[in-house]
Design a binder for this molecule. Structure first.
Ligand code: ADP
Ligand code: MG
Length: 533
């Protein structure tokens, strides 16, 4: 045996892996790289603000760093909680370093985005990233120029300085120079910003491009923000053997009962006892005594047991029906909009909530099938629509049931939030198929679709009445004229009594309202009473 000269073995650092395989994180070409860079930085900025109840103000500036070589500069600044000075190098220079490996809803999840930006920049232009950050209430502003030692997966500090924070600024600003095609990326970036505005109407965003006059300002439409998520514990159905081993290591002496109550979501003493009974273990046995087979069996039983409480949704931060309606109304300017936030649900012990908005008419261009806008943890998903469950479900629905005839001005917005979004890839563009999520998406879309049907039905009835009224009035005029000719009665009196008769016949009570309302833009999310299907 022994070693062979035929093959050589070596280890690959995480940074090296992602340098070689950057397309799986969305950096597949100079166009995608621009979009993905902006997106990763903006998402970090939104996490650093709204998660801490700060109304986000985000600036994005693009310039041509070297036009002959397709180098562009991207600058993103936020008013978030900032990054502690001594954490900055790791946060930008070590792949898989994050403050978000917690059970709590975030946009980021992998601890990768900021590092991908650095990796891509240094592999294309060999320039460091510039980071300036002031943590909340800090007297100092920390500035670094950083690169990544790719084989070691460690930050390289190119320069570093500390400045006085004279004006009480807090937040983070980042400047990076990379190879990118701004002109080709522009439309995607705009679309990304527009969609971000739909789900975060409490954010103010400015994007200034390299060309003269290119400025897009997205104003803050509301100061209402969703309640930030709390940090949670794992649900017993979501664990695996490795997680249990890690938890045991922290305190092997803990009796089983205490171990269960303290480490998991929604496990009280009663439930823990019932469970231990189910597994056949003593509540006072130290958890560290569980050996291999017992451990595997323990985890299997945790998944099988049906007495757990449902996972709590406190770790989630849905947008909410009102804020979602405001965002979608601002961006799409429809005639009418209906929204719903479903009750929490779960898959494999992970809580999730589905929200949907249906926008109809107004500025929405009619199309042959519904326009779909997808979001996961408030992140817009733009690429890969064809592979997404939301697109699939919207297309499966028989829209004629809801009185929609295509081409129709119909847009469907679906937001899925969870402590664990089952993304299909590290680029976070599509959601993997999970039956529980699919069925909630279907329920949510149907719920808003039913509201649309009621709305269309009501409008049709009104239209019909107006039509009848118009026809009756036309004949009435003839009748009035002939009658007054024959009877010499006063023409005005005749006209008003005939009109009254028509209104009574058509059962139009608030007739003026009907006429006035017919063309008014409706902005309700009023609770239409739901029909059962
Ligand atoms: P992730 O967002 O998945 O955690 P990133 O590599 O994008 O991974 O970011 C790593 C960490 O850096 C974040 O978890 C966060 O703690 C910190 N961070 C990045 N950008 C900012 C920012 N603009 N403001 C505050 N903290 C930030
Ligand atoms: Mg991130």
């Amino acid at each position: 045996m022994g070693s062979s000269d035929l093959v050589k073995f070596e280890a690959l650092s995480p940074a090296e892996f992602f340098r070689r395989n950057r397309e799986i994180a969305g950096f597949s070409n100079p166009t995608r790289a621009v979009y993905q860079t902006i997106r990763e930085l903006v998402e970090n900025s939104l996490d650093a603000t709204e998660t801490f109840k700060i109304l986000p103000s985000i600036k994005i500036f693009i310039d041509y760093a070297d036009q002959s070589r397709n180098w562009i500069g991207i600058y993103v600044e936020d008013n978030g909680i900032g990054i502690p000075g001594d954490e900055i190098p790791n946060v930008f220079g070590r792949v898989f370093y994050s403050s978000k490996y917690r059970i709590k809803q975030h946009r980021g999840i992998f601890g990768l985005g900021a590092k991908m930006v650095v990796l891509y920049a240094q592999s294309t232009t060999n320039t460091p990233i510039l980071v300036r950050s002031a943590p909340l209430k800090s007297d100092m502003i920390y500035e670094y120029q950083l690169m990544i030692d790719i084989t070691r997966n460690e930050p390289v500090i190119v320069s570093q300085r500390t400045m006085e924070n004279r004006y009480g600024w807090h937040g983070t600003a980042i400047k990076v120079v990379l190879e990118g095609d701004w002109l080709k990326a522009k439309r995607r970036v705009e679309e990304y910003i527009r969609r971000t505005a739909m789900v975060a109407p409490y954010a103010e965003l400015i994007i200034r491009g390299p060309d003269e006059d290119y400025v897009i300002k997205i104003p803050r439409v509301t100061t209402k923000m969703p309640e930030p998520p709390k940090e949670g514990l794992p649900h017993p159905k979501s664990v695996d053997v490795e997680l249990i081993k890690q938890l045991i290591q922290k305190n092997p002496e803990a009796p089983l009962l205490e171990f269960l109550v303290e480490n998991f979501d929604g496990v009280g003493e009663t439930i823990a006892k019932t469970f231990l009974d189910f597994v056949g273990l003593q509540p006072d046995m130290p958890v560290g005594k569980l050996v291999n087979d017992e451990l595997v069996n323990f985890v299997t039983k945790m998944k099988e047991f049906n007495g757990w409480r449902r996972p709590r949704a406190d770790w989630l931060s849905p947008i909410g029906e009102d804020i979602l309606a405001e965002g979608v109304r601002f961006v799409l300017r429809p005639e009418v909009i209906f929204t719903v936030t479903r009750k929490p649900s779960s898959y494999m012990g992970n809580p999730f909530i589905v929200e949907a908005a249906l926008a109809w008419g107004g500025s929405i261009e009619p199309s042959d099938k519904p326009i779909v806008y997808r979001f996961a943890n408030k992140v817009p998903l733009i690429y890969d629509e064809g592979n997404d469950v939301v697109r699939k479900i919207v297309d499966e629905i028989d829209w004629s049931q809801y009185k929609v005839k295509f081409p129709a001005p119909l847009a469907i917005v679906v937001h899925i939030c969870s402590t664990k979004i089952p993304y299909a890839s590290a680029g976070k563009e599509a959601i993997a198929e999970v039956p529980e999520i699919e069925s909630e998406v279907r329920n949510a879309v149907r719920e808003v679709a039913r509201k649309l049907r009621l709305y269309i039905t009501r409008k049709e009835k009104e239209q019909e009445l107006l039509m009848k009224y118009a026809i009756f009035s036309m004949y009435a005029e003839e009748v009035v004229n002939s009658l007054s000719y024959v009877t010499k009665a006063d023409i005005e009196e005749l006209r008003s009594s005939i009109t009254a008769l028509i209104k009574a016949r058509l059962k139009i009570e608030k007739f003026e309202d009907l006429i006035n309302n017919n063309n008014k833009v409706e902005n309700t999310n009023e609770d239409n009473k739901e029909e059962t299907q």
